[in-house]
Design a protein. Structure first.
Length: 277
């Protein structure tokens, strides 16, 4: 990862951030979850057509899908598996360090053509994650799980908008933006991940296909839990998945006075790895 690129633009892309095997596991969990909601039929593992068919039969009940699927993904430790994947972990620690936690209230983002749904609360206009309480020291992860193609229904970002500060907004939309915007629409393949600063303006892209071609993506906040943070996001549930070497030493010492003597002659745990998988 080019740190200077992230500094200048406010985001970066990790290609092939996690394995195809893990992607299939996520797709499998997704289809099973939607299958359980519609209560009939049988899910075909990792199948986009089955995903479309099952989703359509739920009458686009995205709130119920979000709730049930989140529980399944957290139970199966999917986010930890993504975040501790070798390539993802190397890139994220490069900007946040190794004392890492992710928000256990992540988002399942479903995008669908307006032809099939009157109001989709998961389709978002230009916005900053700080509007929802994210801290300026947090970053956002976004990755597609099901899509028909890489052109429709992903996301767009405004380069360098993380340096503009807090953009005034009303009803989840900016009140005003500069006339000239450097907009980019990355085309993410499966297992690609985009990491963005919480101040970067971004939005959902329209699905132009008039057929039923939904897109489903995962998004989550990550932060260094050692950074001072007094923002609203502290009210959310956070799961630590990585410790730095200094934090591992603190944990091994075992108390606020950092005294090892209370464990003399006891067999201490050997913290040889900082990640929790």
């Amino acid at each position: 990862m080019d740190n200077q690129y992230f500094l200048n633009n406010g985001f970066f892309i990790i290609r092939n951030a996690f394995s195809k095997k893990l992607l299939k596991e996520i797709q499998n969990i997704t289809n099973k979850c939607i299958f359980n909601i519609k209560k009939k039929g049988s899910p075909r593992f990792n199948n986009y057509k089955e995903f479309c068919s099952s989703l359509k039969k739920t009458n686009n009940n995205f709130f119920l899908i979000n709730t049930n699927l989140q529980k399944s993904l957290i139970y199966n430790r999917i986010y930890q598996k993504i975040f501790t994947s070798k390539k993802f972990y190397k890139n994220i620690t490069n900007i946040l360090g190794k004392d890492l936690a992710y928000c256990e209230e992540p988002s399942i983002l479903i995008n669908l053509s307006k032809k099939f749904i009157n109001k989709n609360y998961y389709f978002k206009d230009w916005h900053q994650e700080i509007w929802s309480g994210s801290d300026t020291s947090s970053v956002i992860m976004w990755t597609p799980i099901f899509h028909d193609n890489i052109k429709d229904g992903q996301i767009s970002l405004i380069k360098s908008s993380h340096t503009w500060g807090h953009i005034p907004h009303r009803n989840r939309s900016p009140i005003e933006l500069p006339k000239k915007l450097n907009i980019v629409s990355p085309k993410l393949n499966y297992t690609d991940v985009i990491i963005m600063h919480s101040m970067v303006l971004h939005k959902s892209n329209l699905i132009t296909d008039q057929k039923y071609r939904p897109r489903l993506a995962l998004a989550s906040m990550l932060r260094n839990f050692k950074f001072t943070n007094n923002k609203y996001e502290n009210n959310k549930n956070w799961k630590i998945f990585s410790y730095s070497e200094l934090s591992m030493i603190e944990r091994k010492l075992g108390n606020v006075y950092l005294s090892p003597y209370r464990t003399t002659d006891l067999d201490q745990t050997d913290f040889t790895s900082g990640t929790i998988e």
